[in-house]
Design a protein around this ligand. Structure first.
Ligand SMILES: [Zn+2]
Length: 312
C-alpha cells in the first residue's frame, strides 16, 4: 500500500485544553470534525493565579532566577505575565465535566489537582474529580510549581488514581512566555529525569508523559532520551505527541521509539488550542503524511492505543 494515501481510521486526540477564554465545546467540536477526530480528552488545569503573591519564597526564587538569566529583564513585569497566564490557563474540573456531560459521545474528561496545596485540599480535589465522573488526572509541574522528586502529595494522588484505574497525564518540558526562560528552577522541574523515583515506585499506575518528553522554543534532546529510557524500563508509561508531531519525521527518533517503548505506547495528542499557529487538522496531517511510520504504527498512535488505555 502507498504510504501517503490517506487511510480511513478512527482518530482520538488525547490532549486538548478547553480553556474558557480561548475556546468552547462548539468550537472544539468544529475543529474535531474538520480534522475527523471522533473523540478528544479534555484536560482540567488546577492552577493558583494568586500563588506568585501569596508564596513569598517562590516569588523571591523566580525573581532571582529571572535576574540570573539577564539583568536587563524587568522581573516584576514577567511576574505579571505569569499571573495572567495562570489566570487564563486555570480550567476547573467542573468546567471539564460540564462539557463532557453535554457531549458524552465526543469527549472524555480528565480532572486536575494541584500537588503544591496542602493534603486536605488534595483529598477534596480527588474526591471532586471522582464525583464528577472524570476519568484521569492532569499534572503540570511548571505551572503548579511542584518538585516531582520532593512533593509529599504525589503518593496519595497516585494511589487514588490507581484505585480508579485513572491514567495520570504529566506535562513535560517548558511552557509558553516566561516559562521558556531556562534559568527558572520551576521550569527545570519539567524535565523527565525528576520522575524517575515516582515512576519506579508507582509501577502499576497508567502514566502518560506529554510532548514526547518535553517541548520548548528550543528543543532539548535530553527530554526525549530520558523519557525513552524511563519508558523502556517501565512498561506502564505512555507518551503523547502533543505539540511535537514533527519529532516523528526524524528517522532516528522513530527508530529509538521502536527500540524502547514501541509504538504500542504512543498516543496522538495536539494540545489544542494552546499551540499558536497550528490546528488539530494540521497536527493530524503531519502524522498522516509521515512516510517513515508504517500504517500499523499510525493506527496504533491515532486510536488503537488510546482505546485500550481508556477502556473505550
Ligand atoms: Zn498541554
Amino acid at each position: 500500500m502507498d504510504l501517503v494515501t490517506p487511510v480511513h481510521r478512527e482518530i482520538i486526540d488525547t490532549h486538548v485544553h478547553p480553556i474558557q477564554s480561548l475556546t468552547s465545546a462548539e468550537s472544539l467540536i468544529r475543529e474535531m470534525d474538520k480534522a475527523k477526530v471522533s473523540k478528544a480528552v479534555l484536560l482540567a488545569l488546577d492552577l493558583d493565579p494568586n500563588v506568585l503573591d501569596t508564596n513569598q519564597s517562590l516569588r523571591d526564587e523566580i525573581i532571582y532566577d529571572f535576574l540570573s538569566y539577564s539583568l536587563f529583564l524587568d522581573p516584576y513585569r514577567l511576574l505579571d505575565t505569569m499571573k495572567a497566564i495562570l489566570r487564563v490557563g486555570n480550567t476547573t474540573n467542573v468546567h471539564v465535566a460540564d462539557i463532557v456531560k453535554g457531549h458524552p459521545d465526543r469527549f472524555l474528561g480528565f480532572g486536575s489537582v494541584n500537588p503544591s496545596k496542602n493534603g486536605n485540599y488534595v483529598k477534596e480535589k480527588l474526591q471532586e474529580i471522582f464525583d464528577l465522573s472524570l476519568k484521569g488526572i492532569k499534572l503540570i509541574p511548571t505551572l503548579q510549581f511542584f518538585d516531582p522528586k520532593r512533593n509529599k502529595n504525589l503518593k496519595s494522588i497516585f494511589k487514588f488514581a490507581y484505585r480508579q484505574d485513572w491514567p495520570i497525564l504529566i506535562h513535560l518540558g517548558r511552557d509558553p512566555g516566561p516559562w521558556e526562560i531556562h534559568t527558572l528552577r520551576c521550569v527545570e522541574k519539567g524535565h523527565p529525569k525528576f520522575w524517575n523515583k515516582v515512576v519506579k515506585k508507582f509501577s502499576k499506575n497508567k502514566i502518560i508523559f506529554a510532548h514526547l518528553g518535553g517541548y520548548g522554543e528550543i528543543n532539548d534532546e535530553t527530554w526525549l532520551n530520558e523519557v525513552l529510557r524511563l519508558s523502556k524500563k517501565n512498561t506502564n508509561i505512555f507518551l503523547d505527541t502533543s505539540a511535537v508531531p514533527y519529532q516523528l519525521e526524524d528517522p532516528t527518533v522513530v527508530e529509538s521509539i521502536r527500540k524502547t517503548c514501541g509504538f504500542e505506547r504512543i498516543l496522538f495528542g495536539t494540545d489544542t488550542p494552546v499551540v499558536l499557529g497550528t490546528s488539530m487538522a494540521h497536527s493530524k496531517q503531519i502524522i498522516e503524511k509521515n512516510s517513515i511510520l508504517t500504517q500499523e504504527e499510525k493506527s496504533l498512535i491515532f486510536s488503537e492505543n488510546a482505546k485500550k488505555l481508556f477502556n473505550l
